[in-house]
Design a protein around this ligand. Sequence first.
Ligand code: ADP
Ligand code: MG
Length: 659
Amino acid sequence: MKIIELDNITKTYHTGTIDVPVLHGISLSIARGEFVAIMGHSGSGKSTLLNILGLLDTPSGGAYRLAGREVSRLPEDALAALRNRFLGFVFQQFNLLGRLSAVENVLLPLVYSDSRKDGATAKRDGSNLLEKVGLGQRLLHKPNELSGGQQQRVAIARSLVNNPLLLLADEPTGNLDTKSAAEIIHILKELNDSGITIVMVTHEPDLAQAASRIITLEDGRIVSDARGAGNAAKAGDAEAPVYDAAAAGHPVANTVRIANYFGQSLRALLSNKTRSVLSILGVLIGVASLIAMMAVGKGAQEEVKKNISSLGSNLLIVRPNSPRMGGVAIEAGAAVRLTLADADDIRESVPGIDKVAPYSSGRGQVVYNGKNWNTSIDGTSADYPYMRNSAPSKGRFFTHEETVSRAKVALVGQTIVRELFDGENPIGEYIRIKRIDFQVIGVLPEKGASGWRDEDDCIIIPVNTAMYRLMGKEFVDRIDVRVTDFDAMDKVSEGIRQRIMQLHRLPEERMSSVDVRNMADIQNTISSTTKAFSYLLGSIAFISLLVGGIGIMNIMLVSVTERTREIGLRKALGANNKDILFQFIIESVVICVIGGLTGILLGSSVSLTLARVAHWSTKISLVSVTMAFTFSVLVGLIFGVWPAKKASRLNPIEALRYE
Ligand code: ADP
Ligand code: MG
């Protein structure tokens, strides 16, 4: 039975504009069980011929039947599968993967085969093969712990792992000393004796003598084909298993294969720990900042929302509005000035109003017992606690009578209690604001911080006292109005505006001088601000994730270049483009997933720490965690694709030759 039948095979390389004809019509047939040595001067086309025999290269013309099947025009994937299933390669440079042990190197072709050997069986087969080539004691050694001769034995064992039909060796002893060379030839001879067909390129006439047939090439032509004595008898051995070449060539995608890609990727990452850790770090920082920044943004948003809704939803705020042009206030004198009388009038004349609280605010120095504190001072009416849901936590609020009589009484916030009174009960004590003594009659309930402002750092006094005694103002800063019926908000709001315009005799075109807003409006304004703020934070984090991604791409590109020979080897052993593509994409995705997961942990702990130590309100949402994780996987995919594509497109022979 013929294993190889070449009919007028030609090969021409095209380098730039020049055609380099290398093989000029090679016709040749090799039978099962033969041991063929190919000899010839350097450059005579031996390697080219062997690469064509090994399906690593395609001929420019002619026909090639491997075990009866025409293979010279098959697509790449089919060739890869045939290489894996039927061919074994032994190279001059051994081409072992340095990060794998001897036995793992031997088992490498199984990654790309469809055989479903379980791990234990495979390991046993691998060690049996190493035993067979005399390396039974070196199973777990790495290539750099083996001599050249030993490495070549490992390579031979590797070529045998799929029970090949044909073993191809290109100057297998070229890098070895005479003694090791003789040993390798001896092993090949034994393999041939056990029925394996071998085609070997060699320079050494001595070594060629081991072969049963010596073919000599000169300038791409066969110039002699001599059969040695005795050995040819094995040709057509009846016991040899029948190979069904037609059954191969259909790569089967299965879960085992995918699991194998993962194994290979992990090993590659582990073998270059510093580099992997650095690329993981890039993603980690991106994801962690994404999580932390989104948590801070979200927390601020919720805090603002909570604060605003605690103010009550049927509140209207009436303010004078300076006429504006292009966002700049013009002619300050033209602004409407609201007075206490306006507040009283609105209460009486606009229907649907429940309570009214005019406001006059300022800042001032407060003194108690020799201690000074600068705080905000709000003058308001006796309705304040009802409108703001803030009944004093201690003591009482001032009455309407006290407001009218400009009583010198004050309520203090928690911060004041802490700073001026050392946390002692302040009720009944006298504090001095701008040289006026006020008696503390109550303590305001705790409100917490809203954004950057401490809401507890304030003092509340009657509005009349504030205006006439303390600040010397005749106008109020704003008037808060509580509406009886939430649904009537818009109507009341319009009623107030009309009434004020009427009171101040404003013409219709100065409508916008009175600003009446409800809490929903204010809430929208603030939440759009905080939203913009969290988008800003998010985009900064996103950029850092992007930078991490580019870092990964860079590293993957370097790694592709660095591992060009590895890629060539894997292809020779039967990896198809998809296998290589997946391996590299999985590598970058694994980096990103590890970075993503650790980033989520780090980001969450940073936000929790911020919440605990700095008392920032943060909120880690499931959305942000999912988003961060998805992003990191996407980064891995997107930035991994290009290097992976680059790797998968490498030509196996060129890759194997890469220095
Ligand atoms: P051998 O193995 O017998 O020393 P090769 O088969 O490697 O020779 O090369 C035969 C000829 O083909 C040489 O002249 C070489 O320059 C040429 N050759 C080999 N590969 C290429 C290539 N990829 N592009 C152009 N020329 C090539
Ligand atoms: Mg060569």
